[in-house]
Design a protein around this ligand. Structure first.
Ligand SMILES: C[S@@+](CC[C@H](N)C(=O)[O-])C[C@H]1O[C@@H](n2cnc3c(N)ncnc32)[C@H](O)[C@@H]1O
Length: 445
């Protein structure tokens, strides 16, 4: 008896690389953006663009696609082989979001599964994706959202975990919630920033930033800009520029400035230039040695006088004398939920259980920041997260300080006030969702 002929499988370059990037993200905890940059060189420009959209879009919407796949397969996700699940996620994104014709999405996914996982899973992938293709994206959202409340439907439609939608709903008017979540699904144009005193914004060859006098938006490889290559400029979201600028604008005594959590050094690089213009020096402290090296690299172009200093130090156990500084930036480790636009997978990787450990560290670092500044000196407490547990709740516990009116120091930025704090938003400002509290240390005794 003759065996049935094995189907001829075709390898699609962009989808194969996309699959390996997604596997690195889901199985090894890789960052999608870094992995995309690492593997992209294997592709033509057109294939690289397709692959980037395929991976980034799949990562962003992964939680929603998983629910589609669960329903379409009639199986719990945990019973699917992880590699097969990744093929199904990529296929689902092509079917529901990329306008790839269904026959092409199906055929290439089945070939990918057969070549990368094994011929035995081809039938399963074919059957599940056929059922996914039976509805368009809106029909799937209607189907899955039928039993959900309003926040649940928003979570599904805008592809966010429910706990993040709930946190946003605590700090944003209900009418803005949908726009705020939608803005997280659009990758931003990169923003560049000059090192003050070392380069001019015109050298960035981009569109000037809306409010930061140091920034410009520019598509393409930042390394192609000579000022960036020479360390006289860098890459930095406008929100990060604005919070650093607000600290520099606050009224404070004379004396050196400290960046307590400096790595990789974006804000240090801006503050160092502003400190030099103020006739003083920035000390940039970072716990991890490899990140301190990144800080030093970001600061490399600054010459004497008042050349910035980078040190490896634990900000919870200061290596300096109390009250040594006039201004301190505490840009603390946080969930990073304010930068979801730029980190497609992170919304699904982060968990509410991350919060207690982070908020304990944030309180400890803020306490050090306060004792590091001299009486009357100013502390900027900054997070790249709008989650209230990491922002106002941490500041509420700070002792020995008076809360300053931070929005008053950024009067050109509309709708940035959250009480005495600054809260920026992608949908309002086109920036990351940075939070800033400015605190003045009270006189001692
Ligand atoms: C949010 S990032 C800072 C980003 C930075 N300000 C910038 O703009 O590029 C927080 C940094 O704090 C560092 N860090 C964590 N724990 C620390 C500690 N105990 N002391 C000092 N730095 C710490 C992390 O390694 C990380 O580099």
């Amino acid at each position: 008896m003759s065996r049935p002929a094995r189907p001829r499988r075709r390898r699609d370059a962009a989808r194969t690389v996309a699959y390996h990037v997604l596997r690195a993200v889901t199985a090894d905890g890789a960052y999608a953006n870094l992995e995309l940059a690492r593997q992209r060189s294997r592709l033509s420009a057109a294939d690289a663009a397709f692959e980037t959209e395929l991976v980034a879009g799949t990562c962003r919407a992964m939680g929603t696609y998983d629910r589609v796949i669960e329903r379409a397969s009639g199986r719990r996700l945990g019973t699917l082989q992880p590699a097969v699940l990744d093929v199904l996620r990529l296929g689902t994104h092509q079917l529901l979001a990329m306008r790839v014709p269904a026959h092409a999405a199906l055929a290439t996914s089945v070939d990918l599964a057969a070549l990368e996982v094994g011929e035995r899973v081809a039938g399963l992938v074919n059957a599940v994706l056929r059922r996914v293709a039976a509805h368009d994206d809106q029909a799937w959202l209607d189907l899955l959202g039928a039993d959900e409340d309003e926040l649940g439907r928003l979570a599904l439609t805008r592809s966010h975990p429910r706990w993040i939608v709930e946190a946003w709903s605590r700090v944003l008017p209900a009418a803005e919630l949908d726009a705020a979540l939608a803005a997280n699904n659009v990758a931003p144009v990169p923003t560049l920033v000059v090192r003050p005193g070392l380069a001019d914004v015109a050298e960035l060859d981009g569109v000037p930033a809306r409010w930061s006098p140091y920034g410009a938006h520019r598509e393409g490889d930042p390394g192609a800009v000579p000022a960036v290559a020479e360390g006289r400029a860098g890459v930095q979201d406008e929100g990060s520029q604005l919070v650093a600028l607000a600290l520099a604008r606050a009224e404070a005594p004379e004396g050196p400035w400290l960046d307590l959590c400096a790595g990789p050094g974006g804000k240090s690089a801006l503050l160092a230039g502003l400190a030099r213009q103020d006739g003083t020096r920035l000390v940039a402290a970072e716990l991890q040695e490899h990140r301190a090296r990144l800080v030093a690299d970001n600061l490399r172009a600054y010459p004497e006088p008042n050349r910035p200093v980078t040190i490896v130090a634990d900000g919870t156990r200061p290596a300096w004398v109390e009250g040594s500084f006039a201004r301190v930036l505490a840009d603390v480790p946080c969930t990073g939920l304010g930068a979801l636009r730029r980190r497609p997978e992170s919304r699904w990787r982060r968990q509410p259980s991350d919060l207690p450990g982070l908020t304990a560290l944030q309180r400890s670092l803020l306490a050090t920041a306060i004792t590091s500044v001299r009486p009357d000196g100013v502390v900027a407490y900054v997070t790249c997260s709008p989650h209230p547990d990491e922002t106002s709740a941490v500041v509420a516990d700070a002792e020995g300080v008076t809360v300053l009116d931070a929005p008053a120091l950024l009067p050109e930025v509309p709708d940035a006030a959250a009480g005495p704090f600054v809260q920026l938003w992608p949908h309002r400002h086109g920036t990351d969702a940075m939070f800033l509290a400015l605190l003045r240390r009270d006189p001692i005794g």
